[in-house]
Design a protein around this ligand. Structure first.
Ligand code: TXA
Ligand code: MG
Length: 350
């Protein structure tokens, strides 16, 4: 199929474009659209056949459930029951925004969306293009990240085109996604809220509003089964091998220098994704591709660039990407979760 490509104003999206995109969704097709986290691949979340097309287009495993995107808080009550007080408090505090709530599903939500689970994940995105599209479609929009399964999530429309051109009906280009990391997935179906995937809203921010929040033990120990089915799959992984260097700020730059030289002696092309601090301390470093991601003090700036840079390393045909770890606090928890997965847990101690 020919994929339509529409550029759209990111703050005041043109209504005719939004209507055309919404029509595709209503008719059972797939449209990629920007959100404030990453680009999503949307379908009518109440249409089983349309939802199945998402899995086919992405090559996504059938047991990995999708998030439903809504444009009004009240729509949550059609999709989930019960909606506990904590969920209501959280949606007042963080919606629209990068927080996904997992709640018991109502029977209207097809099992194709929840991958057979009796819970459903719902969020309201903050991006005006996303909100306009959902409103105009008049249905909850099921949308995973708009990448080929396993690859880093798309933070620009061109990334979506690279992965899905010819496989979906349309792409709405609303410029770069804001955060560059996906939403926080919070399970509210049990007694204590549990973070299943760290993301744009931090644990600290959630606890300020609802008190104690746990993290899925799987996130720490990597053993047993994660509660978010998607977490068990290879994710965010470029073709190049990713090596994460962990240790003190004094040792990490030196270890990166040694590793770079080692790989180069083996005839491998190296890509370096480094903070200002590590780059400055490493002295002269020469690699096929080097990107300074910004200061360690600006984790959101680093988060915005990460996926695009992992993709860029593949375009530069590097064999190995060397990068560094972050403290798992605030946005650092989301950043480390993505880095560990993209590296297949390949951590080198400095
Ligand atoms: O920021 C985001 O969340 C983006 C944008 C497009 O909204 N979407 C996104 O979707 O990252 P996806 O499909 O790539 O990741 C959804 C995650 C997966 O890890 C999935 O397993 C989990 O949410 N999930 C969805 N429904 C769930 C459920 N009922 N129970 C547990 N985990 C669920
Ligand atoms: Mg994804």
């Amino acid at each position: 199929m020919d994929t339509l490509y529409w550029t759209v104003n990111k703050t005041q999206p043109e209504l005719p474009v939004i209507r055309a995109a919404a029509k595709i969704i209503k008719e059972g097709g797939l449209v990629a659209f920007p959100t404030e986290t990453v680009y999503g691949l949307g379908a009518n979340g109440l249409d089983r056949a349309a939802v199945k097309k998402i899995f086919a287009a992405k090559g996504r495993p059938g047991d990995n459930p999708l998030i439903l995107h809504i444009a009004h808080n009240r729509d949550l009550f059609y999709l989930a029951d019960p909606v506990p007080l904590k969920a209501q408090v959280l949606m007042e505090a963080f919606w629209p925004g990068p927080l996904t709530l997992v709640l018991p599903r109502r029977s209207l939500v097809p099992y194709e969306v929840t991958a057979g689970l009796d819970t459903v994940a719902v969020r309201m995105p903050r991006n005006p293009v996303a909100l306009a599209l959902i409103r105009e479609a008049g249905v909850p929009v099921a949308a995973p990240s708009a990448n080929r399964s396993g690859y880093p999530s798309p933070t620009e429309a061109s990334h979506v085109r690279d992965d899905l051109n010819g496989r979906i009906e349309a792409i709405l280009d609303g410029g770069p996604a804001g955060l560059g990391l996906e939403s926080t997935v919070l399970d509210l179906s049990g007694e204590t809220p549990v973070i299943l995937r760290p993301g744009g809203v931090t644990k600290e921010e959630l606890e300020q509003v609802i008190g104690d929040v746990d993290s899925d033990p799987w996130l720490k120990e990597g053993e047993g089964q994660p509660k978010a089915p998607g977490m068990k799959y290879t994710h965010y992984a470029p073709r190049a091998k990713v090596v994460l260097v962990d240790g003190s700020p004094e040792k990490v730059p030196l270890r990166i220098r040694d590793l770079t030289a080692d790989f180069q002696r083996q005839g491998l092309e190296v890509g370096l994704l480094l903070t200002d601090e590590t780059w400055a301390a490493a002295g002269s470093l020469a690699a096929r591709y080097t990107k300074i991601l910004g200061s360690r003090r600006d984790l959101s700036g680093i988060g915005q660039k990460l996926y695009g840079e992992l993709r860029h390393c593949d375009r530069m045909e590097v064999d190995v990407i060397i990068t560094e770890t972050y403290r798992e606090e605030g946005l650092g928890a989301a950043l480390m979760n993505r880095l560990l997965k993209s590296a297949g847990y390949n951590v080198v101690e400095a």
